[in-house]
Write a protein that binds this ligand. Structure first.
Ligand code: ARG
Length: 704
């Protein structure tokens, strides 16, 4: 015995576009014709009456979207979960729909307040009753899904919507009789598309193209083998007919202006249930705490965006706002995701922002043994530049050798637990690596409002004006002097542009005067520096007159050849072959340098390391303990250096190309400053300022 199909509708007496809560409504305020809306709604009503029993809920003045009864709630058997609308504009509909469900004998379930769920607009039953497809991302929260599973005793498959034109699941997804599914794949994220493909065999998937999707073809009412929709292209009609469906088109253009069509205007109140099914959902959650200047530094914004973009959903459980400028705020955020894997990816990124587990859920880190040297176990935690701690046997241990893009290797010795950042290639057999996300925290220095905003105003200008460059130079000069005077360490990474732009004499001055404790570069900076010091040209261009000299194209090769004859740069300096320049000063002042080779190198110089693994190791060794790094017009070496450097080391990146500066300064850390300017000019200003700082003030004459 089959029960008659029942459908709930609501007449458009008060329908209009009164506000904008989806992209379709934009520009359409009061643009719909009441007369045409009544006529179109009547057309749909007429068709459906021939195939089902249509019931009506009385329309209410002031609630223009009530015509969209799909959003009344979700019905299964004699149970109804009444909607909690996301937008206040529609929340007033809730009591009317609830009353209708109660009057019609449904057992009504209500979600917690502040947990949005928009009914059958975002939850669609498989037409065989095997499971419930539930959408989230715009109007409904993922955290509502476990309630649906439990109350309706059904398996829930969560799908993330990613295109705001398709903000409700029923705008882009339509399960059809016989296990068919008509849908628009680009409206869903990658994982959701995989779930759909796993559940619905290819021959049952009717993929809709964008032109049909924007005509709301997926917003279809399916009764038996009839599909009723606003409009379909010939090709879509052909596909549906081939699958055994009869397509009935009925214009609903007035409702498209509010972002709805056929299916939204209906709520099916008799749904098939497969008695075999039982409650199930894959939604997982975890609660984290964040502390700091959450609002004024934008940290909370970044965290919430990251959750959303990562495919998760959140609820802020608690937010204690620090009342004063210097006081710290604390937030407790519950993160949910459709799967464990997605949740872990999101939480790992939150850890990088400084999020921690609540004290009551703190766990030890998961340690997984390395099974093949140089290869990490899967799912390892990827390190950042921030100081990191891991929990082992209940104690927090600081990770040593902090750097980006490594794994955390843990060994237990008689002196206790040692945790180290290691490159994948350096992992040893039997060593343990931190995997997953438990027991890891990064220690973020609380960013203050001041540092953050000065950094923003500096970076946001794109190209720094001359006055700005001077200001940064003053700042850098001050810091370089402080570091030198307290016996600290400044490392320079420099490209050949430093030489071409006439910066060699200034960089030489910095080295000679004790401001630089290490130099990193490639083959080219050394070659051109030596060429200039020996022959007065840089890549064959006369540095004094700025013109190419005859035969100059071979100058750099002559320079390379000469050094090769002597065996090393140092030998050439000792032999009196090189008498000035950057490399000369390094040798004379005992400043160590590392030159890392590349595929395009001429020569190379005997000092250039052509084994890149060796060069990387030498770079990171020289960088150990650095207080500041000057990155002068070399993208590749600077990025390499940036990856090896923990937060807390002041980095100044100078390049004429704003893109390079942004890339390097954008480490999400307040310690980096970018300067878009000519590097030769920058160095000359820096030297001038340092020189001035060293000139003693005239002794003040006592007045009185
Ligand atoms: N203007 C309504 C809203 O934005 C349209 C609802 C359409 N309903 C649907 N199930 N797609 O909420």
């Amino acid at each position: 015995m089959t029960e008659p199909i029942r459908i709930l509708m609501c007449a458009p007496d008060h329908y209009d576009v009164d506000y904008v809560i989806n992209p379709w409504m934009e520009g359409n305020i009061h643009k719909s014709s009441q007369e045409r809306a009544v006529e179109q709604w009547g057309g749909l009503h007429q068709i459906l009456k021939q195939h089902a029993t249509v019931e009506l809920v009385p329309p209410q003045k002031g609630w223009p979207d009530m015509v969209f009864t799909a959003n009344a709630g979700l019905v299964l058997g004699d149970k109804a979960v009444v909607s909690r609308f996301y937008h206040p504009e529609r929340q007033g509909e809730e009591p009317y729909f609830k009353a209708w469900f109660e009057e019609n004998g449904f057992q009504v379930f209500e979600l917690p307040k502040d947990l949005p769920f928009e009914g059958a607009g975002d939850a669609l039953l498989d037409r065989e009753g095997r499971w419930l497809w539930a959408g989230y991302g715009f109007r409904s929260e993922l955290d509502a899904h476990p309630y649906l599973a439990k109350w309706l005793d059904i398996e829930v498959l969560s799908l993330q919507l990613v295109d705001d034109r398709f903000y409700h699941l029923d705008t882009c997804f339509c399960p059809l009789q016989g296990g068919y599914l008509m849908y628009y794949p680009p409206a869903f994220d990658f994982y959701s598309n995989r779930i759909i493909e796993m559940r619905v065999p290819e021959e049952k998937r009717i993929v809709v193209e964008e032109p049909d999707a924007v005509n709301f073809a997926c917003n279809t009412v399916n009764v038996g083998n009839i599909v009723v929709m606003n409009k379909a292209s010939n090709s879509l009609k052909a596909k549906l007919e081939a699958a055994g469906f009869t397509v009935l088109e009925t214009p609903l253009t007035e409702f498209l202006k509010a972002g709805g069509a056929a299916k939204c205007l209906t709520l099916r109140t008799t749904e098939p249930i497969d008695p075999q099914v039982s409650a199930n959902d894959s939604v997982v959650s975890q609660t984290v705490t964040m502390r700091g200047h959450l609002l004024d530094t934008g940290l909370i914004d970044r965290a919430l965006d990251l959750i959303q973009e990562g495919g998760g959903s959140f609820q802020v459980l608690r937010f204690d706002l620090g009342k004063q400028r210097q006081s710290i705020s604390t937030a407790e955020i519950r993160v949910s995701a459709a799967f464990q894997g997605i949740l872990e990816e999101i939480v790992a990124q939150l850890i990088d922002l400084g999020a921690e587990a609540r004290p009551q859920d703190e766990k030890d880190a998961t340690l997984t043994p390395v099974e093949m040297a140089g290869v990490s176990p899967d799912d390892f935690y990827v390190t950042t530049i921030y100081p990191t701690e891991i929990r082992v046997h209940g104690d927090w241990v600081r990770v040593q050798g902090q750097r980006m893009d490594g794994a955390i290797a843990v060994s237990e010795t008689s002196d206790g637990v040692v945790a180290r950042c290691k490159l994948l290639r350096d992992l040893e057999l039997g060593e343990k690596v931190v995997t997953g996300i438990s027991g890891i925290r990064t220690v973020r220095k609380p960013e203050s409002r001041e540092t953050r905003s000065s950094e923003f105003s500096f970076m946001s200008s794109g190209v720094s004006s001359e006055r700005r460059v001077e200001l940064v130079v003053d700042q850098v000069a001050w810091e370089l002097r402080q570091i030198r005077d307290r016996g600290g360490k400044t490392v320079v990474t420099a490209g050949p542009v430093v030489i071409h732009t006439g910066g060699a004499e200034h960089l030489s001055w910095l080295i000679r005067n004790g401001y630089i404790q290490g130099l990193l570069g490639g083959n080219a900076i050394a070659v051109h520096d030596i060429e200039q010091s020996m022959l007065g040209t840089s890549l064959g261009v006369d540095m004094k007159r700025g013109v190419a000299v005859r035969g100059g194209h071979r100058h750099h090769l002559n320079a390379i050849n000469l050094i090769r004859r002597h065996g090393s740069i140092a030998n050439a300096v000792e032999a009196g072959i090189i008498t000035s320049g950057v490399m000369y000063e390094c040798v004379k002042n005992g400043v160590p340098f590392v030159l890392a080779g590349s595929i395009r190198d001429d020569g190379p110089l005997p000092d250039t390391m052509m084994d890149l693994i060796e060069a990387q190791t030498a770079y990171s060794k020289l960088l150990e303990g650095a207080d500041s790094i000057l990155m002068l017009s070399t993208m590749l070496h600077s990025i390499g250096v940036g990856n090896m450097t923990p937060s807390g080391v002041k980095m100044v990146c100078v390049d004429i190309n704003p893109a390079v500066v942004t890339k390097l300064s954008d480490r999400g850390s307040v310690e980096s400053t970018g300067v878009v300017t000519d590097v030769g000019l920058f160095l000359s200003l820096l030297v001038k300022q340092l020189d001035r700082l060293t000139t003693p003030y005239p002794t003040p004459v006592a007045t009185r």
